[in-house]
Design a protein around this ligand. Structure first.
Ligand code: GLP
Length: 270
């Protein structure tokens, strides 16, 4: 996998990358570009820049098909903490994506397993995901695949760890009792099926999870390490999130920084 440590705003970096990939893809394909999307605080700035690119006439969303990673069970799309609401507010209401091209898991579905199976089928029917963007939980989770999730897991109902509910309670007036105990989430296998992955982590609270990439161990106990098993995965981090990297990965990163001190970002293969 590629590890990129950047001095730039990771949101601007990611939005610019998405812009480039969509723009390069469109002229050579009549197929829509299928993009996997996350929620969370990390990617708020990425969405801000995507909205700006659209407003400036630089980015057309009309040929985009999107699949979101996850949704809480029990929250309606109108609930301000649902990921439906987040996506409307941060992207969909501001760009020209056709409503029928937007896919989000329905956390109110009567049959949650059927909802997840239908979602997997919809991804297949769209031709698979071209580029999956994601964030990283403090415990290393990808989407809502908590530690211990199989790397072959598919879209399914999941139980959230108390630690994740505690961390996410900041969006629920710091009241953990209001944070749902269950969610629907794409599986790690679903993520790994995408042709390209770009995951983002910033700030020192993500540093322990990012540091797991320097141990050499690939384990379901740290879902972030699944990125190492993908042929075209990138983790984009800021310097704070990179600060606990150790060993050979740390040495190679320092070497890259010392030899290219004026670069806006440094890339190493790990
Ligand atoms: C949440 C989401 C993840 C997200 C992660 C990080 O629980 N389910 O998809 O990547 O945690 O969130 P944040 O960016 O707010 O730190």
């Amino acid at each position: 996998m590629h590890l990129i440590v950047t001095k730039q705003d990771i949101g601007l970096w990611a939005a610019s990358y998405i812009h480039r990939r969509i723009t390069e893809f469109s002229p050579c394909s009549t197929k829509p570009f299928v993009l996997g999307l996350p929620t969370g605080a990390t990617v708020l700035s990425m969405y801000k820049f995507l909205r700006e690119f659209h407003q400036q006439g630089k980015l057309d969303f009309s040929h985009l098909v999107t699949f979101n990673m996850d949704e809480y069970v029990g929250l309606s799309p109108q609930d301000s903490q649902s990921y439906h609401f987040y996506m409307k507010q941060n992207l969909f209401d501001s760009v020209n994506i056709p409503t029928q091209n937007i896919h989000l898991l329905n956390g109110l579905a009567a049959d949650l397993d059927a909802e997840c199976n239908t979602y997997e089928q919809a991804i297949q029917a769209a031709g698979g995901i071209e580029l999956f963007i994601g964030g990283v939980g403090r415990n290393g989770h990808l989407a809502f695949n908590e530690p211990g999730s199989s790397f072959t897991s598919r879209t399914r109902p999941v139980t959230l760890e108390p630690n994740t509910r505690q961390v996410n309670s900041r969006f629920f007036d710091n009241d953990i009792s209001r944070v749902p105990t269950q969610a629907l989430s794409v599986g790690i296998g679903t993520v790994l099926d995408a042709r390209e992955l770009l995951f983002l982590a910033n700030g020192e609270q993500k540093a322990p999870a990012v540091a797991r990439l320097s141990t050499g161990e690939i384990t379901p106990q740290w879902p972030i390490t699944a990125l190492k098993t993908h042929p075209n995965a990138t983790l984009l981090v800021d310097e704070e999130a990179a600060k606990l990297l150790t060993g050979e990965v740390r040495q190679r990163l320092e070497h890259a920084k010392n030899t290219q001190p004026d670069q806006p970002d440094w890339r190493i293969e790990i």
